[in-house]
Design a protein around this ligand. Sequence first.
Ligand code: A3P
Length: 293
Amino acid sequence: SDVEPKQHDLVTHRGFKLIHGTHDPNDVDQIYNLEIRDTDVFVVTYPKSGTIWMQQILLLFEVKGDVTAVSELNNQCNADFIPWIEVKGSRQAFITAPSPRLRVTHLQYQFMPAALSQRKGKVIYVARNPKDVLVSYFHFHKLANMLETPKDFDDFFEKFMRGEVFGSSWFEHIKTWYSHKDDMNMLFITYEEMIQDLQSAVERISLFLGKELTGEQLANVVRHSTFNNMKKIPQANYEQVSGDLLNHRQGTFMRKGTIGDWKNHFTVAQNERFDKVFHREMEDFALTFIWDI
Ligand code: A3P
């Protein structure tokens, strides 16, 4: 019998998992051919790695740290000003948008504009230790209506390990991007570095983007992008995102913002299995993560 696809159904397109109600595979295929301007910036993340945090920082750069000026740039939510390029309708808007075009994406490298590999535009890759990503993604699946509510943590753990989630495998995602990082203008930064020293992280990002901000303006960017302060800013914390997308009764987007919450969720056996997979998948990549503090 014909079963109507659901909003949250996953669609496998060229080996990559998209969300039926959110993404159009044909549209996603067109991203590759987009013309890129030198002023374009793409924030690339696997889901739950600090996307909205980087959105907030880039937005604050645009207003030189003056948070009261943010409302002039966007109305409801930071994502209105810095949207996901892969979401339906977003590609068309990108083509005609004025500079600077700031975008975020969860896509793997092979879908992205080929021009990025000719050193056009800039890419900021934010990586987070994948155990915390898994835990954050588990909780987000309960909150987000476009993602299927997991049966329980163990069930979600298996799905994540098999890459049966939007964004597919965490390992594949980081490997596709990291192996091309020297072909493009890329800043590679981790969530944990940002947690441990936000001031230095903001300075690195500022330098990479060629922003000329005074010390005071930079301090304001830092101040308004801490976890506690973002939690108080409705545009930044996604509180105003429609109830059709987020079930706000199930929790908050700004959930915990810490390193090492996986220890409160993983069993010893799950942790051992994860370590083995991590070691096997990442052995050719000189990448280290901070797993706890
Ligand atoms: P937790 O669920 O572990 O709390 P994304 O934006 O990619 O979906 O990532 C969301 C994760 O980033 C959530 O993690 C959220 O709390 C965290 N986050 C967002 N802003 C943050 C900030 N300013 N400081 C620390 N963590 C932040």
